[in-house]
Ligand binder design. Sequence first.
Ligand code: NAD
Length: 487
Amino acid sequence: MRCQPDASHHIAGKPFEDPTGAVMDSVYPATGEVIARLHAAGDATVDHAVKVATAAQKGWAALPGRDRGRILRRAADLIRARNRELSELETLDTGKALQETLVADAASGADCLEYFGGLAAGIEGIHVDLGGSFLYTRREPLGVVAAIGAWNYPIQIACWKAATALAAGNAMVFKPSETTPLTALKLAEILTEAGLPDGVYNVVQGGADTGRALVRHPGVAKVSLTGGNQTGRGVMREAADTLKHVTLELGGKSPLVIFDDADVENAVSAAMLANFYSTGQICSNGTRVFVQRGIRAAFLDRLVARTRAIRLGDPMDEATQLGPLVSHTHREKVLSYLKLGREEGATLLVGGDVPVLQGFEGGAFVSPTVFADVTDGMRIAREEIFGPVMSVLDFDTEDEVIARANATPFGLAAGVFTRDIARAHRVIAQLDAGTTWINTYNLTPVEMPFGGVKQSGLGRENGRAALDAMTRVKSVYVETGDVWAPY
Ligand code: NAD
C-alpha cells in the first residue's frame, strides 16, 4: 500500500501500534484504491495517549513562551519545505485536487503554526493596582486538549488546533477523521523533528468510539471538535459529565447575498469559490446564493458558462480544478440531494449528474451543479449538502434578504456583495453569522477568528481570540498590608 505509515498512532514522540484495534482502510477517492490500512485505538490506547500527554504537559508549559513558539515556527518552516509531499498525501487521502492542496491545506497549517508561534511569547495577564495591594492574572494552559477532526481539511485542522493548544502550553491528543487519517501522523513527525518534546502532540486513530473515549476521559481538560452538528451536540453532552471546556466548529447553510450593484464577474467568482472549492466540502460554504433580481440574468449567464468550464478529473494533475468527493458513501448523500432538488421544483441549470471520466470510473465524482429558482422551504436550501451544489435564490429588497438569510438554525458564515459600502456594513452587521466577508468569500487567514453562532458552534479558532479558548485565568490577589478582619 503506497501510503502505509509505520504505525497507526503516534504516542510519546514515536509511532505506536495496537494491532487489536478495528481495521480502518484509507481509500483514494479518485480510484477506490486502498492506500493504507490502520487500526483504530481502543480504550487502552486512548488512555495511554492521555497519560503520556498529561506527563509531558507540565514540562512543556514550564518552557518560556518564546521557546515553545520557536519550535512551532520551526515546524512551520519544515511544513513549507515539505509542502509538495504533504499536499500529494492530502490529495490521495481526500481526493481534493492537488492544485488546491498545494496552496490551501498544509500551507494554511504552516501559517497557523508560525502565527501562534509568534504569539506564544505574548500570552499575558493583567495587573490591577488596589491602592497598596494589587492583583494580577495568569493565563495558564488547560492541560490536555483532545482534538477531533473532520475529513475535509485534515492537516489544516490538525495544525489549527495544535498551534493554539501548544502555543498556550497544553499537550494534545488528536484524533483525525477515520476517513482521512494520514497527514496528522506526518504533522507528528514534523513537530518531533522541530524539537517538540515527546508526548506533547499525540495522534490516535479511530471513529466515533475512539472520539467518545477521548471526550469521556477524565484526564482531558478540553475538547475541540470540527465536525457535524449532530456530533457536536453529542460531544457537548458527553463533555458535560466531566465539565470539560468545548470548542465546536460545526456545519452551516450560509448565505451569500449579491446586490444588483455588484461587480458580476467578482460575484460569480465568489459564488463559485463558495460552492465548488474542495469539491464543495467546506463548512463555511455560501450554499444559499441570494441574487437581487436586477442582476439575476447576467449573474446566471456567467455562472453557468464558467461552471461548465470547470475541469474535473485526475486530482494529481495540477490542471484539474475539481476532484471527487471524499467517499462513495458521501457521494450517495450528495446525489440524493440532486434528486431532491429536481423533485422539489428547482431549475437545474448545469451539472446534476455523475461525470464519465476515463481512468477514474471507480472515483466518487459528481458534476458541479447549479440550481436556480430555489425557494426557502426546499430541503436543498435548508440542509447542509457538503458537495458542489449551489442553490440560487432570488430577492427584491434588503430587509427581505436579511430576514430570509437569517431564517436558518445555522450561523457559521455569510457574505455580501455590493459596491455600496454603507449597505455592505449595515447588512453584515445584521446577519447572524460568526465569520463573514464583504466582496469576497471563504478566505480564512489565520489572523481572522473563525467559528459559528447558533447551531454552527461555540468558540473560535485562529486570531488572538483562540488563545483565550486554550487557557484559563488564575486571579492572584496580593496583600501588602495587614489583614483586616472583624473578629
Ligand atoms: P462527523 O461529525 O461525522 O465527524 C467529525 C469527527 O468526529 C470525526 O473525527 C469522527 O470520528 C468524530 N466523531 C463522530 N462521532 C463522535 C462522537 N460521538 N464522539 C466523539 N467524536 C465523534 O463530521 P465529518 O463527516 O467528518 O465532517 C463533515 C462535517 O464537519 C460537516 O457538517 C461540516 O460542516 C463540518 N465541518 C465544520 C468545520 C468548521 O470549522 N466549522 C470545518 C470542517 C467541517
